[in-house]
Design a protein around this ligand. Sequence first.
Ligand code: ZN
Length: 282
Amino acid sequence: MRFATLSGRLHQVIAPGRVLDLNAASDGKLPADPQLAYERWDEVLAFAAGARPDGAHEASEETYGNPAPQPRQVFAIGLNYADHAAESDFAVPEHPPVFTKFVSSLAGPFGEIVMPEGHVDWEVELVVVIGRHAHRVSAEEAWSYVAGVSVGQDISERVLQSAGPAPQFSLGKSYPGFGPIGPVLVTPDELPDRDNLELGCLINGEQVQKGHTRDMVFPVPELIARLSAVTPLLPGDVLFTGTPSGVGLGRTPQRWLQAGDELVSYVRGVGEMRHRLVAPTA
Ligand code: ZN
């Protein structure tokens, strides 16, 4: 099944461009707020599986917002693909490096991203949204705690990210708009192979990243096991799972996003986001 947020309300995507408001369709039984809906995800799935699409309406995908707009926790993983670790001049990690993108950096799947000063870089990522309270879960059962997956960009300003004395990953990756997610949340059962998804991104039509999630150093179940061994993962929490090679930092010469660039980010079988980079207004 596929879900989307429109005007802040959770919708089921019945068919491309055709959506059902789940709060209205359930006569108010299901919450309209997507973050509250993740608290009752089993109920949402049960209702959506049997929902009669009479009340569905047309809505172009460009109107979809972030399907997980107000998580209580956002986890992000660095260096989770060996080829990206290599281009970043790091060894393949023995433990997943974890940071956060502050919630105010999250954004929708279409629109403008305002660039701060510095070196603004791209990182397409598979995003996982948690659907059940997960504490000390094993890798074997981890997927059953996932509400769905989506497309994400871990936009990063590299100067601040690497400013000493210790790296500032969380801050350098948290300017407003630096965490777009969307356009849809896809339940894992909808995917032919949830452990091997192609992801990539293009700048002005030129493909700059292309990878496969089977190449993760720590696959999604392993990440959930390791994170939940320490921190309970809460319904609606967001996990950015790391980026494959092809970022601007790892190029010779290095390349950064420019005002006017169009950034297209996709996970095949899940969705595609489209953003325009813009200069700050003085
Ligand atoms: Zn990243």
